[in-house]
Ligand binder design. Structure first.
Ligand SMILES: Cc1cc2nc3c(=O)[nH]c(=O)nc-3n(C[C@H](O)[C@H](O)[C@H](O)COP(=O)(O)OP(=O)(O)OC[C@H]3O[C@@H](n4cnc5c(N)ncnc54)[C@H](O)[C@@H]3O)c2cc1C
Length: 382
């Protein structure tokens, strides 16, 4: 029984690993011709790590990452408004979160698949009864018993199968992402909130630090000189923010306008096609859950969908399990963005900070751990 996975991002690779464990013959079609050091860092939460354990790659991922030493949330001047007790968090969830370079995670996931599973330079252009893609200058048509659309936020499959859906929209924020060179300064996972701006840092397993900086900005506001823009906005923030910027190769800074699916999809399933990851529920990054949710999708899909199962019935189960949770997390991420990074009125910012300082640490901890507390289903090996 053949399964086709469209897209070799984190979601697609996890789906391929899970489906192969169930006994599927899997082909992953990826439009990129070559994989390089793409992207910056990522935080894997307890839910994502447990999902990777269920896929058999958790130990390799942990070895390549850096267990979070959680700091909490500060103001732009460096005053703490919420501290996280890392040990209590680990006791609550059984694991700390993990900072990892996206390219390291991607490499580990690719290595868990036979080399001929992924077909690069294969861009899916249409999907009806069959999958149509361009490869080596030719148009190829292939049938499969199961198709997993993991083709990201601008999913071709979603646009084709849900033509009435408006697709992703701009969230009102732009972010810059960077990774320092070797770094021997402060190493903790922490976020700082200013007025309509946020700066976050996440230590990586190789001694570097991943940082992200987000500001309120309409689409198209920033077009060039990213280093100057980030320095202008964050150069005067508390230590070590300016030093992290200094320690980063300006050529490697990535700018991304933050978009999400503001209109939730009515289903993640169409016939024998299942949407997964950002294709299904692209969310704002405020909870750091986008990739973690893609991993959950992949694990649940593999758990409900064996090659001998009634596929439409199995996919209905996938949709039932995944849609409510992932869409609720997407809503929560958007709400956190509004009261966190995007809040710009100085009076409202001061009020929020005061309320956060007054929140008992236990309540803050539980609220942060809430979304990460997920137990993966069993994937029965073929
Ligand atoms: C600033 C920022 C910070 C983030 N931080 C975190 C974090 O800390 N933790 C976290 O969990 N998430 C985070 N995320 C979200 C996370 O990056 C995404 O949710 C996740 O990578 C989505 O994975 P995916 O596999 O669904 O999609 P993608 O990674 O986008 O992969 C889609 C793949 O499909 C391929 N493709 C697209 N179209 C086609 C086609 N027609 N044919 C063939 N192939 C195709 C693409 O080339 C790509 O390889 C962050 C996002 C942003 C923007």
């Amino acid at each position: 029984m053949d399964a086709i996975v469209i897209g070799a991002g984190i979601g697609g690779l996890c789906a391929a690993i899970g489906l192969r464990r169930r006994g599927w013959q899997v082909t992953v079609l990826e439009r990129t011709a070559r994989f390089g050091e793409v992207g910056a860092g990522l935080t894997l939460m307890a839910n994502g790590l447990r999902g990777l354990d269920a896929l058999g790659v958790g130990d390799r991922v942990r070895a390549a990452g850096h267990p979070d030493t959680p700091g909490g949330i500060r103001t732009a001047s460096g005053r703490w408004i919420s501290r996280i007790d890392g040990a209590a968090m680990t006791r609550l969830l059984g694991t700390s979160a993990l900072g990892i370079h996206r390219a390291s995670l991607h490499e580990i996931l690719r290595a868990a698949l036979p080399a001929d599973t992924i077909v690069t330079g294969a861009e899916v252009t249409d999907i009806g009864g069959q999958v149509v893609y361009r490869h080596d200058g030719e148009t190829v048509t292939r049938a499969a018993s199961l198709v997993v659309a993991a083709d990201g936020i601008d999913s071709t499959v979603r646009a084709r199968l849900w033509p009435g859906h408006p697709g992703p929209v701009h969230s009102g924020s732009t972010a810059w992402l960077g990774v320092t060179g070797p770094w021997d300064g402060e190493r903790m996972a922490a976020i700082s909130w200013g007025q309509g701006a946020e700066f976050g840092m996440v230590p990586l397993g190789d001694g570097r630090v991943y940082w992200f900086a987000a500001v309120n900005a309409p689409a198209g506001r920033y077009v060039d000189d990213d280093t100057a823009a980030v320095r202008a906005r964050f150069g005067g923030w508390h230590a070590p923010v300016p030093d992290l910027l200094d320690a980063t190769d300006p050529a490697a800074v990535i700018r991304t306008e933050l978009r999400h699916l503001a209109t939730a999809l009515p289903s993640y399933v169409h016939g024998r096609v299942a949407l997964l990851g950002d294709a299904a529920h692209a969310m704002t990054p405020n909870l750091g859950q986008g990739a973690n949710q893609a991993i959950e999708d992949a694990v649940v899909l593999a758990s409900v969908c064996g090659p001998d199962d009634d596929i439409p019935a199995a996919l209905a189960g996938y949709d039932r399990q995944r849609r409510p949770r992932s869409q609720q997390i997407a809503r929560a991420a958007e709400q956190l963005g509004r009261i966190g990074q995007q809040l710009s009125n100085p009076v409202a910012v001061e009020l929020r900070n005061t309320l956060m300082r007054l929140t008992p640490p236990r309540t803050a901890l539980r609220s942060m751990a809430r979304h990460a507390d997920w137990t993966p289903p069993q994937i029965t090996q073929a």
